[in-house]
Design a binder for this molecule. Structure first.
Ligand code: ADP
Ligand code: MG
Length: 404
């Protein structure tokens, strides 16, 4: 599914109220009964206005009609959730317009957006459950019976967790994108003007870049954290040109780390495995790509463990709990993103080609069937909301306490 914001400008204030009502109703209902939508939307015009909005929203695929034995109703689609998140970002002045998609992860879409001043930023949309169940292995069993709604819930958790860590790491001075806003399953962050390490074929001094990356990994560990997916896709490398006094130019490479939903604590039961895997991932890449093999063994988990919180270093591994996550939420999320790792082929494919991916089996066809035409360009630079609306209401999202 592709984010197509064209319909956004045509939605009236009532339509947004109805869309919000469907979202609110989804907290307790898998399928939101029409009378409940009417009640929650509280439109002046009453039922007929609500029905008009329902048709308008269903027509552009933001909600989907579901016929059940007991009752008919509607459910929010990923498209509807995208619109609600963008509406919130637009109302808070974090996003003014949406541009091109610059990345397609296995379970995310990365878009360039602009704020009111025209400054470019990045919108990351989490889309857990997108990978086809054909490619998914054993540990999806835990998640097998999840419906679209619960994948959306997990995507929200992923965005919340990623945002919490991005904030904490940014405050601690780590080289990460600047967190700007979060709504539902999306994050707005600064755009890093750099290529992923994966796209870099040659570096002047591999040993020095390798040392920087290992020292970042150790610095994370000293704050109680393991990245958990520390690979060439999640390390962006900035090229900083410097000119010495004698006029000679040189280029300094500066890594920036991204992608945090899978981060784990140094206290995690499998911490050592995660730590070693992150280390080995970097080693393997440097050997293969730059023919560089470090002379020293390690670094080792047991040594890193001793540095956690040393000298009063702030522990960041409780960040997520501090931001309201329950144990259950963390467990759900951990199970959902387990399969992300270790499947390089999938990721390479996804990043190299325009792949619209597939959703879980619960998704309706209408959400997948959009064509791959240059829809992105048509929305480029256009404000997301109609003029009337962009002045209007601040829309907040319902709190997330659904234990699905
Ligand atoms: P996923 O969880 O799907 O792997 P990532 O956060 O790793 O998503 O982003 C996928 C790709 O999008 C990255 O490899 C990178 O190329 C690009 N990207 C993500 N965030 C940014 C950013 N802030 N600035 C520039 N490029 C980014
Ligand atoms: Mg990534």
């Amino acid at each position: 599914m592709k984010l197509d914001t064209r319909a956004m400008r045509h939605l009236a204030a009532e339509d947004w109220k109805v869309l919000t009502a469907v979202e609110q109703g989804s907290k307790n209902h898998e399928i939101v009964p029409t009378p409940l939508i009417e009640k929650l939307a509280r439109l002046r015009g009453g039922a007929s206005g609500v029905h008009k909005s329902i048709s308008a929203l269903a027509k552009v695929g933001l909600i989907a009609r579901v016929k059940e034995a007991k009752y008919d109703g509607y459910r929010l689609t990923y498209g509807g959730l995208d619109y609600l998140a963008l509406h919130t970002h637009a109302s808070r002045k974090a996003v003014y317009s949406v541009g091109n998609r610059i990345g397609v992860g296995k379970e995310s879409d990365i878009m360039v957006v602009a704020d009111h001043s025209g400054k470019q930023c990045v919108l990351k949309i989490h889309r857990l459950g997108r990978i086809s169940f054909r490619t998914v292995k054993s540990n999806r069993d835990y998640l097998k019976n999840r419906n679209a709604q619960s994948w959306m819930y997990l995507s929200r958790l992923a965005a919340m967790k990623e945002y919490a860590f991005m904030n904490a790491l940014h405050e601690e001075g780590f080289p990460v994108p600047v967190p700007i806003a979060q709504s539902r399953h999306t994050i707005v962050m600064s755009l890093i003007d750099a290529f992923p390490l994966r796209q870099i074929s040659d570096v002047p001094d591999p040993a020095s870049l390798y040392a920087d990356l290992i020292s970042l990994l150790l610095r994370l560990a000293s704050h109680g954290l393991i990245h958990g997916d520390y690979n060439e896709f999640n390390i962006l490398v900035k090229e900083i040109k410097t000119t010495a006094e004698d006029g000679t130019e040189s280029i300094k490479l500066e890594p920036v780390i991204i992608d945090f939903p899978q981060m784990v604590s140094m206290e995690h039961v499998n911490a050592e495995m995660y730590f070693d895997r992150d280390v080995n991932c970097i080693k393997r890449f440097f050997t293969r790509r730059f023919h560089f093999t470090p002379t020293q063994p390690g670094p080792f988990f047991k040594d890193a463990k001793k540095t956690v919180g040393k000298g009063g270093l702030k522990r960041l591994d409780a960040t997520v709990e501090a931001s309201g996550f329950t144990k259950k939420m963390l467990k759900d999320l951990e199970a959902a993103i387990k399969d992300k790792e270790g499947d390089k082929e999938g990721q390479e494919g996804a990043n190299d080609e325009e792949d619209d991916g597939e959703y879980g089996e619960d998704e309706d066809d209408e959400e997948d069937s959009e064509d791959d035409g240059g829809g992105d360009d048509e929305t480029d630079g256009q404000p997301l909301l109609s003029d009337e609306l962009s002045k209007g209401l601040l829309q907040d999202e319902p709190s997330i306490d659904k234990a699905s």
